[in-house]
Design a protein around this ligand. Structure first.
Ligand code: AMP
Length: 390
């Protein structure tokens, strides 16, 4: 991320408080402060975010992404809705790495069901599969003509997904052979996801932040070339939960691909499974008060982070609450809080996944609503690049 001079300030927009970090360039990154009870969105916001269909969500997906979608969904509901919400299953993004396509088909459905199970209201929000909106890939082509290879080369995700070092370069023979065009150009598809719906606010985890920088860059480059301020600069809304770590190896992040079943909690886990996994979570042998110290006490700190995320409290506040607990008591407290938090999503998910016809109806509705907007943008974009007969 190219956030240069960090100007940390707190802006109150109506009842909204954003913790804003602004660079000397025109990029704007906000951290959603859901711990602030007065948090509210500006009027006429368009919020958009997507998630890849890697199957049922785990606690990292839940706190690192979906919970903030849910909170934004509720904010828009409360504000009596002159803002729009778009949430999607980023299935085309999945094709950037090898897939078992039968499995992918199943996981798309699971991801769609998980979004709704986690409290996103399909009547209020437009929820769709990215692959059902062909306008996105048409707009992507146009945007790719405004995307610098040098900028894409600096992105880190294609390197990590192709198992290359952070300093890898697309002009290296090794990288050229390993990296497919789709993986390298992934951020342009993401730019199209955002710009197709003219999103004003994009909630993402830290890992996607640099792709939004690129989105703003592409939008400005397009605007400059066509002599219009057609695309606005979408704001990055960073979720407050940075990283949920593996319960077994807290030096790694919690990940679906981790082979150790005790390392992760799924939103569909039973109360017994959740209790068992937290009981077996790795902590440390340091005596005395519990402290938050990611470097020396990653296991304990991870449990504190999870509790802070569930309770919508700051880490500092949770440390005050639990510092005199034993580690066993901390694990019990976290397990109880997570069981409560996931009770409703788990129940709802089971109902939804056993009713694929209903899910199909909802996704048809999402596609219909999304395509109306996407088609309008596509026509505008084509007109601006000299294809008004389109
Ligand atoms: P994935 O597609 O599995 O990388 O996850 C989708 C999104 O979930 C990411 O962009 C993050 O915002 C969030 N996420 C995934 N794993 C974690 C984690 N361990 N901690 C926090 N957020 C996570």
């Amino acid at each position: 991320m190219t956030v240069g001079i960090l100007r940390r300030c707190c802006i109150k927009l109506g009842k909204v408080r954003y913790y804003s970090r602004e660079s000397s360039s025109n990029s704007t990154v906000h951290t959603i402060s859901i711990t602030d009870p007065t948090f509210r969105l500006p009027d006429r916001s368009t919020i958009l975010s997507g998630i890849q269909p890697t199957g049922t969500f785990h606690l990292g997906n839940y706190f690192g992404a979906i919970k903030s979608w849910h909170d934004l969904n509720n904010l828009v509901k409360k504000s009596e809705g002159n803002s729009s919400l778009y949430f999607f299953v980023a299935d085309l993004h999945s094709l950037t790495v090898p897939q078992d396509y039968q499995m992918l088909q199943k996981q798309r459905l699971e991801a769609y069901a998980s979004i709704i199970a986690c409290g996103i209201d399909p009547q209020l929000s437009t929820i769709y599969y990215q692959s059902c909106i062909p306008e996105i890939t048409s707009i992507q082509w146009v945007l790719s003509c405004f995307s610098s290879m040098g900028y894409l080369n600096r992105m880190t995700q294609w390197k990590s997904k192709a198992n290359l070092k952070d300093n890898a370069n697309v002009s290296d023979e090794n990288a050229l052979g390993k990296v497919k065009l789709g993986l390298f150009g992934y951020p342009v598809l993401m730019a199209s996801d955002v710009l197709t719906f003219r999103a004003t606010h994009v909630p993402v985890g830290q890992d996607q932040s640099q792709h939004l920088e690129l989105t703003r860059e592409v939008a400005q480059s397009f605007n400059k070339s066509v002599g219009s301020k057609y695309f606005n600069d979408p704001h990055t809304l960073l979720t407050p939960t940075k990283k949920i770590l593996s319960l077994k190896n807290p030096l790694k992040k919690m990940s679906k691909s981790d082979k150790e079943p005790l390392s992760k909690i799924f939103i569909t886990d039973s109360a017994n499974e959740i209790t068992k996994k937290f009981n077996k979570a790795t902590t440390d042998s340091i005596e005395g008060k519990l402290t938050f110290d990611l470097e020396n006490r990653p296991g304990v700190s991870n449990l504190i982070s999870i509790l802070a995320a569930v309770k919508n409290k700051s880490i500092e506040q949770i440390v005050i609450d639990v510092e005199d607990f034993s580690k066993k008591e901390l694990k019990e407290a976290v397990a109880e809080a997570v069981i409560n938090e996931l009770e409703e999503p788990a129940k709802k998910y089971k109902e939804l996944i056993s009713n694929p016809e209903y899910l199909q109806k909802l996704s048809d509705l999402g596609t219909e609503k999304a395509r109306i907007v996407a088609n309008r943008t596509l026509k505008d974009v084509m007109r601006l690049v000299g294809m008004s007969s389109y």
